[in-house]
Design a protein around this ligand. Structure first.
Ligand SMILES: Cc1cc2nc3c(=O)[nH]c(=O)nc-3n(C[C@H](O)[C@H](O)[C@H](O)COP(=O)(O)OP(=O)(O)OC[C@H]3O[C@@H](n4cnc5c(N)ncnc54)[C@H](O)[C@@H]3O)c2cc1C
Length: 730
């Protein structure tokens, strides 16, 4: 706490001490006021302006310092100044005083509270940012919540001061009016409790609930407005139509069929979407072959003096296709039809909030009515408008799988997960790969040392990594294709045979009725926490909805979209993004769940970092993979996990234990207390927990335990100093 804060705290403490030691509160009782009422009124008659000013200042001071007595002062305001002036003075004085208390609490405590509990307050903070005014209004109207507590508590939240002020003034008005009015008949009042009858309290409570009801009403009106002009069918052909048969669409329709809904899944290209056909599956199959080659190259490390691999890149790519075909049955029309889903090959288009037009791939168009729709149309590679890009031709994650000849010189644009995975794979097949990234490092979402490890490995494998390089143009000179890049003001020319663009993925938002229905979208379709679009019966899930672009998050959202679409308004769930893991399948593999250090710092969340180096792990040493680390972020002084980053062999598998721990609220102590098989890579998780435990060992207690053991050995020779708790003298 800085000196200004300490000074303010000291001043407040002195004022409070004076208030109580001088027993000022005796002047703020009903009895005292009644006994002095005549004298006060006659003084006020002689000095009306001064009386109003003095009353106003005293009221602001009492409420600003959160001292008791505001209720009696409000009555006094009515008694001395009458209903009109009393209400005016009290209304402004109480709002200003409350705002001062709010500001004091904010200045003194908010940073401390947010720093200590910020991660747990995330949901509350988000709620206050969005609807703080509503909440405050409710609290102000329901007189059971003490106002001084509300002032101080609200000061700890992100509620803007201006909102606090005007909502307080408005919200307290009804209560103020009741008290000031009661004050005008002060003679008849014997106690504060008698002022508000149960009926009056109930009416205020109803008023308090009003904003929440109003919000619901606004939602209903908004939905009705969205549906305005559309004719709702009397009957529906389907309970649910799912547009897009990728990860999100498949899981959505599977769940719908499992709960016996009549569901139609429409896919215009290939079931399985990106993940099966152009994403996770082919990339991991390619990476596997590349890894095999990398192991051949490292044969001497494993005691094999020479190993030579002859391969045909075309055959490697054929294997990729064979892997896709092997996985394909999991996502096939036959399987889903068997599960109870009607699978239609065709292009779907929303023609009304309850109607989908399907143009079948084999020909023919039909319109189906449906109670709900889930949009799961996915995303596609984003191609930046770099001058000349269309002239040189480029590969993306959609088209790269058609290659059967390895490009000699490959430029990969993009240092994100997809760019990194494909860069390393192609380099391992022998392509000369130059990876170009505009940002200062690869995999910018991860902590700097993660990027550093990956980049060092890439460079050791012969990849030319150019970070901080912006692609400016593509040109063809003397038949040679060249990327012109800029780095710190200087121009660099990179000749290449093929360029792979992997700079991000753009949601598919066009061509299927979003514009016509006026469904808002930015980078992705706009949805609420229930994954509903502007039309409450139309949902979105997967890459097209964001904020994540993974198969497992698409499947996760699919559950919420399906259940909400089928059971709203009876039962609905907000999509839960509290524990989201992911991995990038480069070597060394990188996996993460929850916060990393850079995010914790950005969000001002305090943490302790515990790092266990996998270079020390027996199994990793035996496997020749002794590199990387497990980094666990915990709440300071506690074993509660805030996030984990693992870099190393099979990091994506290892992280599962921490994902479970975070989801189920299991701390490091319990991970440490769990048996892990020896020798496995999974032991790294336990050793990371052990490293945390060691750092938190109770040193004083251990010193006493050492003394106890020395005593049990009856060991007079034990140097006493070694067993003495730190700080104790002999
Ligand atoms: C190279 C690469 C590697 C990846 N690796 C991983 C990984 O290792 N792990 C991971 O979790 N994620 C990975 N991903 C991401 C993952 O593939 C996506 O997050 C996932 O496929 C998203 O699923 P989705 O259902 O939202 O969309 P998609 O899989 O794109 O499915 C959308 C489907 O909708 C169909 N469609 C669109 N419009 C219409 C219409 N009007 N009518 C009918 N059908 C329509 C499309 O044809 C498509 O099949 C990778 C992606 C790429 C490109």
């Amino acid at each position: 706490m800085n000196t200004r804060r300490i000074a303010l705290l000291a001043t407040l403490a002195v004022l409070a001490a004076l208030f109580f030691s001088l027993d000022v509160s005796r002047f703020l009782t009903l009895d005292f006021f009644k006994s002095q009422q005549a004298a006060i009124e006659s003084w006020r008659a002689g000095h009306p302006a001064l009386a109003a000013l003095a009353f106003f200042a005293a009221y602001v001071a009492v409420t600003g310092l959160s001292l008791p007595g505001a209720a009696v002062m409000t009555l006094a305001g009515g008694a001395v100044f009458g209903l009109g002036w009393g209400l005016l003075l009290v209304s402004f004085a109480s709002s200003i005083g409350a705002t001062l208390a709010f500001l004091v609490s904010r200045y003194l405590l908010r940073d401390v509270v947010q720093a200590k509990f910020g991660d747990r307050l995330q949901a509350l903070n988000a709620g206050i940012r969005k609807e703080g005014g509503f909440y405050l209004f409710t609290l102000r109207l329901v007189p059971v919540f003490p106002f001084f507590v509300i002032n101080l508590a609200m000061g700890l939240t992100p509620l803007p001061t201006r909102t606090f002020y005007w909502v307080s003034q408005l919200g307290m008005l009804a209560g103020t009016l009741a008290y000031v009015n009661a004050g005008t008949q002060l003679a008849g009042i014997d106690s504060l409790a008698g002022i508000l009858s149960p009926a009056l309290i109930a009416s205020f409570a109803l008023l308090g609930v009003f904003p929440l009801l109003a919000r619901k009403l606004v939602d209903i009106v908004r939905a009705r407005k969205a549906y305005e002009g559309w004719k709702r069918p009397v009957r529906f052909d389907r309970n649910l139509i799912v547009i897009g048969g990728g990860s999100a669409g498949l899981v959505t329709s599977y769940i719908a069929a499992a709960v016996k809904a009549r569901v139609t899944l429409v896919e215009k290209h290939k079931l399985g979407g990106d993940c099966l056909n152009t994403g996770c599956v082919p990339s991991k199959a390619l990476i596997r072959s590349a890894k095999f080659l990398s192991h051949m190259g490292r044969s001497a490390e494993f005691g094999i003096c020479s190993a030579r691999a002859e391969f045909d890149f075309g055959e490697v790519m054929e294997r990729v296709q064979r892997v896709i075909r092997s996985v394909e049955p999991h996502d096939s029309a036959e399987r889903y039809t068997g599960l109870g889903v009607e699978v239609v090959e065709g292009t779907a288009k929303l023609v009304s909030p309850w109607e989908v037009e399907i143009t079948r791939t084999g020909g023919g168009t039909e319109r189906l009515t449906t109670r709900s729709v889930v949009i799961a149309t996915g995303a596609r590679p984003f191609v930046p408008p770099i001058p000349g890009i269309e002239d040189v031709g480029y590969l993306t994650s959609d088209t790269v799988w058609n290659l059967r000849t390895l490009p000699r010189r490959l430029v990969v644009l993009g240092g994100g997960p997809i760019g990194c995975e494909l860069t390393q794979a192609f380099a391992r097949f022998g392509a000369e790969v130059t990876q170009v990234e505009m940002l200062p490092r690869l995999m910018m979402r991860e902590d700097p040392e993660v990027s550093e490890l990956v980049m060092r490995r890439f460079e050791a494998e012969g990849i030319r990594v150019l970070v901080g390089h912006q692609a400016k143009a593509f040109v063809v000179e003397s038949g040679e294709r060249i990327l012109v890049a800029e780095h710190e003001g200087a121009e660099l020319r990179i000749p290449f045979d093929a360029v792979l663009v992997a700079v991000g993925r753009a949601a598919n938002l066009k061509g299927y009725g979003l514009e016509e229905l006026g469904i808002p979208s930015g980078r992705t379709i706009e949805t609420n926490a229930f994954l509903q679009t502007r039309y409450p019966n139309i949902y979105a899930a997967g890459d097209v909805a964001g904020p994540f672009q993974f198969t497992h998050t698409a499947a996760h959202q699919a559950w919420y979209a399906a259940v909400n679409a089928l059971f709203a308004p009876f039962r609905t769930f907000k999509a839960d993004y509290s524990v989201i893991p992911w991995a990038t399948f480069v070597e060394p593999e990188v996996a993460r769940v929850g916060l990393n250090e850079q995010e914790a710092k950005e969000r001002g969340i305090p943490y302790e970092a515990t790092v266990y180096g996998i270079d020390d792990l027996d199994r990793a040493i035996a496997d020749g993979e002794a590199h990387g680390f497990v980094k666990v972020l915990t709440v300071p002084g506690k074993d509660r996990i805030l996030g984990v980053t693992i870099v190393g062999e099979h990091a994506g598998d290892l992280i599962a234990e921490y994902v479970l721990a975070m989801k189920q609220g299991i701390g490091l102590n319990r991970i440490l207390g769990t048996i892990h098989i020896y020798p496995t890579l999974a032991e790294a998780n336990k050793y990371a927990a052990g490293a945390w435990k060691k750092a938190h060992a109770p040193q004083r207690l251990l010193a006493w335990v050492a003394r106890f053991h020395a005593w049990r050995r009856r060991d007079p020779g034990t140097p006493r100093g070694t067993a003495r708790p730190a700080g104790e003298t002999a």
